[in-house]
Design a protein around this ligand. Structure first.
Ligand SMILES: Nc1nc2c(c(=O)[nH]1)N[C@H]1C(S)=C(S)[C@@H](COP(=O)(O)O)O[C@H]1N2
Ligand SMILES: [Mo]
Length: 326
């Protein structure tokens, strides 16, 4: 599928020669701009430390409310309003339009849901999502999210570090990578009735990336149960990589010896790589990565190396040619 433009860039925003953004879009953005209020300062409203709480609530329903100071992994930047974070999405299993996921997410049934954890591990397991969630205290993390298309958001996730799960299932000495597989079910995912991508969506990380404390498995967003359009009931979040690495609706986590195949690298190998670390110095072959538009803002802002997480993660890539490992 070489002719197919993967991760369609927002033409009007990334390509200076594209037609001027439709007026409708402009008005929407202006409204967002004035509506963007920092939810932080005193702390984030939301989140629960009660294991299993997310399982009892319906999607979009508030979880137990709590306030807390910002943690070491949180950004203090203004959180993207929930209405935007849940209506402007990439989730090709529902379709390629930004509004397809929110419109069609009702067909996804996040319960019951089983996750298989297997491969090079000492304790493979097939586990129900509610049981899996109950193994860990739920934490929250306010992360930047940067899509390779050139837009970004600030997302308050609720979930647990992937490292906690990996410690529990114990990778063996052959394990070098982690592969993630999303649900493949055209009955629940209308977009899978076509072949815009090879299904199921797959992603992967090197084991040390997977074990990094920033690498997160989300089950909630902004204090609510994760909505279908954001990857219910379980999605990966890797904040220093382009958004496509953060695979949604995960059903399988497999430890492997070899570098796993990943959906976008398969779809367009000259445009997307396995590592996909956010890097403003390396343009996508068809557009620059130097700047981004934070959803809700009018002006573009500079994109930061590793999406602003260089201090925490740059050491993972010492000695690697970062241009090559896009
Ligand atoms: N299974 C699956 N996961 C996916 C995608 C997808 O199409 N299918 N899109 C990715 C892309 S390109 C981005 S930018 C993020 C968007 O996450 P969000 O909609 O929660 O902001 O999800 C990623 N995870
Ligand atoms: Mo993306």
């Amino acid at each position: 599928m070489t002719g197919m433009p993967p991760d369609l860039p927002e033409k009007a925003e990334t390509d200076p020669q594209a037609p001027v953004r439709p007026r409708r879009e402009f008005i929407r953005n202006a409204a967002l701009f004035t509506g963007t209020v920092a939810l932080l300062g005193g702390g984030l409203e939301a989140l629960t430390r009660r294991p299993g709480a997310a399982a009892e609530a319906a999607p979009g329903e508030p979880l137990a409310q709590a306030r807390r100071p910002l943690g070491p992994y949180d950004t203090s930047e203004a959180v993207t309003p929930y209405a935007q974070a849940t209506t402007y999405n990439n989730f090709y299993e529902f379709g390629t339009g930004k509004d397809d996921p929110a419109r069609l997410a009702g067909s996804l049934k996040p319960r019951p849901w089983t996750v298989l954890i297997d491969g090079e591990v000492k304790k493979p397991v097939r586990v129900d999502i509610d049981t899996l969630q109950s193994w860990f205290p739920l934490e929250d993390r306010i992360y930047r999210m940067r899509c390779v298309e050139g837009w970004s958001m600030v997302m308050p996730w609720l979930g647990f570090p992937l490292a906690a799960l990996l410690r529990r299932i114990e990778p063996n000495s052959k394990a070098k990578y982690v592969q993630f597989t999303a649900l493949h079910d055209p009955k629940q995912f209308p977009g899978q009735r076509g072949n815009v991508l090879d299904w199921p969506y797959v992603e992967g990380l090197r084991l040390d990336e997977a074990l990094h404390p920033l690498t997160f498995m989300a089950v909630g967003l902004q204090g609510r149960v994760l909505p279908g359009q954001n990857g219910a009931p379980l999605r990966l979040v890797v904040p220093w990589k382009y958004g496509f690495k953060s695979i949604k609706s995960v059903v399988r986590i497999t430890l492997t010896q070899k570098q796993p195949r990943t959906t976008w690298a398969l779809a367009a190998p000259d445009e997307y790589g396995f590592y996909a670390n956010v890097n403003p110095a390396v343009p996508h072959p068809r557009w620059s990565q130097a700047t981004e538009r934070r959803i809700g803002e009018l002006r573009r802002r500079p994109t930061l190396p590793f999406n602003g997480y260089a201090e925490q993660v740059a050491h993972l890539y010492k000695g690697m040619d970062l241009r090559r490992f896009f």
